[in-house]
Design a protein around this ligand. Sequence first.
Ligand SMILES: [Zn+2]
Ligand SMILES: [Zn+2]
Length: 342
Amino acid sequence: MKAMVLKRIISLENCATPLEKADLPKPAPGSGEILIKVSVCGVCHTELDEIEGRVAPRQLPMVLGHQAVGRVEARGPEADGFSLGERVGVAWIHSACGQCGHCLAGNENLCADFRATGRDANGGYAEYMTVQAAFAYAIPAVFADAEAAPLLCAGAIGHRSLRLARIEDGQNLGLTGFGASARLVLKMARHRFPKVKTFVFARNAEERGFALELGAVWAGAPEEFSPARLDCIIDTTPVWTSVVEALKNLRPGGRLVINAIRKEDADKDALLRLDYPSHLWMEKEIKSVANVSRADVSEFLALAAGIPLRPEVDEFDLEDANRALVELKTRRVRGAKVLRIG
Ligand SMILES: [Zn+2]
Ligand SMILES: [Zn+2]
């Protein structure tokens, strides 16, 4: 089968083609697993973290990609829940131990032994992949394959972020960074909480314009003071500056939810500007969002189908995965990037 594989950890600044075309054996589904013929796979910022070593794969070579949509081609022994030909999606969590306290509480996203799709097990930048049937999701009929892919990661984690932010209708929501996840959060927040006002902080003028088009009441640069104090802010940037700058805009008792798997080190000195009275005093909270649980993905797919929430997507051929990754790194904005495979 055709695949794009990562063979070595490297910075995209030094290498614009980190993934190599490969012909790999078609995987066989093991016990409890399904074999999926992949149709599309979303391109996520986490792939940049994997390639550049901040979230390095456990072994190399590795097929990246954790927002895969395809059809069930075969079932291993004891793989229940899906019929042959059924459309399914695979998200970041490829498996978890199933026995620890976190798993038993439905928080397999916090399991110490969870394995990530495209990091610890081959993912969706390939014609075929396998996953435990219990970690695959039926895709609501309302979505085209390419529309569903970004919902599996950016959308589901946006849903978890909104939940952890504990936003209530009528409050002020801040978004720092305006990539695929933040755009879905804005659309979802407007639908679920019609009286919430959203304030967007983005470095890029085009992104700020896009935020206003999508219904933000204000959009400004990350350093700016928002015109009103914010009840909660969701940060989806890879940098530290946005964290420090966001805190000054929180109201007393407000919370900052950081939705980023890793922060880059380039602007780490921004943390030295942290000023206790203006950034943290008055019971301001900071919390991170780690991965997504299966319940987050299922709940979010159902919510998104009910709206329906359709992400804008830019499609690339599988062979053009490197170009999609470089564009993601250099922040050329607009749609969520999706690789077309099948
Ligand atoms: Zn992702
Ligand atoms: Zn566990």
